[in-house]
Write a protein that binds this ligand. Structure first.
Ligand code: PLP
Length: 382
């Protein structure tokens, strides 16, 4: 029996669910270790760094949602990407989107480079990716939409290049979540998620995922997660499992709110530019529509001055000024001093992240309340 997406969010892969007590909410197996019946025998669980039933249940659900075979749950999105980078070796070269989550740029340019990995950071939506390939290129790493400038990269096109040259395509799918986009169906080899964001959905815990349908990569990742020890704790696994049950409802409501906010901002004279793939007539809209089932709830906008940006951050009465995204609460972020503070100014400006740019993650509140809040904050600026 096959299930549709919303049902999988609640039940996962029903075949895989073998909770012996019949508990409807999958239990939190808060244990470090597991007793063995005899030498050479195991219940399938030995030690929670290697595997834990709650984590395994979550991994099965996330794998199913991404139409993959294997998912690995880590203690954060960055822990997932850091562990994934262990499949590469010194001397390997990766091509990545230039506009990426700031933490990924920090990881690549500091830790990974120190470990001998080379990078070319390019705009994968505009530049000819093939001209950046080297004999030692092993993968293309993209986000689409990118964080924070909402750039859209053609996943099928990147997958075709990766396949032709025998390299991997890695897609950080955090911004659209598996509800709106499934990169593996479009040819990606590895999907990354910050589970902290839409999958968890409540701004109450951190998590990250490496997802794949490639058995060779899955085997490597299983070795890595048990070795490096950054797997997700049982209680956090349970929180993400609970969050996923309402993923479709939250994604729809948050997207509707983002669209209402984008419409309001487009009429606001002091807002100079809106970066949201759901605006018809743009190239981003065309590519995003061709590969995703929605445009999501993240939008970035540029206001007329730095002073106005700071004024908005200080004067919203409902919307918190906070890092992160994808939760029930609408959040406003200032990439220059928050998510992208560690990105060199030159790179930041080249990516369009000026001190007039604000990023908004629409939550699931009432759209009118959100718009009224933004409006009073903008209107009170003189
Ligand atoms: C937040 C985020 C990450 C990092 O995830 P954490 O859970 O914060 O470690 C990676 N990629 C993207 C696109 C993100 O938004």
């Amino acid at each position: 029996m096959s299930f549709s997406f919303a049902t999988k969010c609640v039940y996962g892969n029903k075949d895989a669910l073998k909770e012996p007590t019949g508990a409807i909410s999958f239990p939190i197996y808060q244990t470090a270790t597991f007793a063995h019946p005899a030498v050479g025998e195991s219940t399938g669980f030995d030690y929670s760094r290697l595997q834990n039933p709650t984590r395994q249940q979550l991994e099965k659900v996330v794998a199913v949602l991404e139409n993959a075979t294997d998912a690995f749950a880590f203690s954060s999105g960055m822990a997932a990407i850091t562990a994934m980078m262990e499949i590469f070796a010194p001397g390997d070269h990766l091509i990545t989107s230039a506009d990426l989550y700031g933490g990924s740029i920090r990881l690549f340019d500091n830790i990974s480079k120190k470990n001998g990995i080379e990078f070319s950071h390019i705009d994968c939506s505009k530049e000819d990716v093939e001209t950046f390939l080297r004999p030692n290129t092993k993968a293309i790493f993209i986000e689409t939409p990118t964080n924070p400038m909402m750039g859209i990269v053609d996943i099928r096109k990147m997958a075709a290049i990766a396949r032709e040259h025998g390299i991997l395509l890695i897609v950080d799918n955090t911004f659209l979540s598996p509800y709106f986009q499934n990169p593996i169906d479009l040819g990606a080899d590895i999907v990354i998620h910050s589970g902290t964001k839409f999958l968890g959905g409540h701004n109450d815990t951190l998590a990250g995922f490496v997802v794949t349908a490639n058995p060779e990569i899955a085997e490597k990742m299983y070795f890595i997660i048990k070795t490096v020890g950054s797997g997700l704790a049982p209680i956090d696994s349970w929180l993400i499992l609970r969050g996923i049950k309402t993923l479709p409802l939250r994604m729809e409501k948050a997207q509707a709110n983002a669209q209402a906010i984008a419409k309001y901002l487009s009429k606001e004279p002091r807002v100079k530019k809106i970066y949201y793939p759901g605006i018809e007539g743009t190239e981003s809209y065309r590519v995003c529509s061709s590969q995703a089932r929605g445009f999501g709830s993240m939008l970035t906008f540029e206001v007329e001055s730095r002073e106005l940006a700071l004024h908005i951050l200080k004067n919203t009465k409902l919307i918190p000024f906070a890092e992160s995204l994808g939760g029930a609460e609408t959040l406003l972020t200032y990439p220059v001093t928050q998510t992208h503070a560690d990105v060199p100014e030159e790179t930041r400006l080249a990516n369009g992240i000026t001190d007039c740019v604000l990023r908004l993650s629409a939550g699931i509140e009432d759209a009118e309340d959100l718009i009224n809040d933004l409006k009073q904050a903008i209107d009170s600026f003189s």
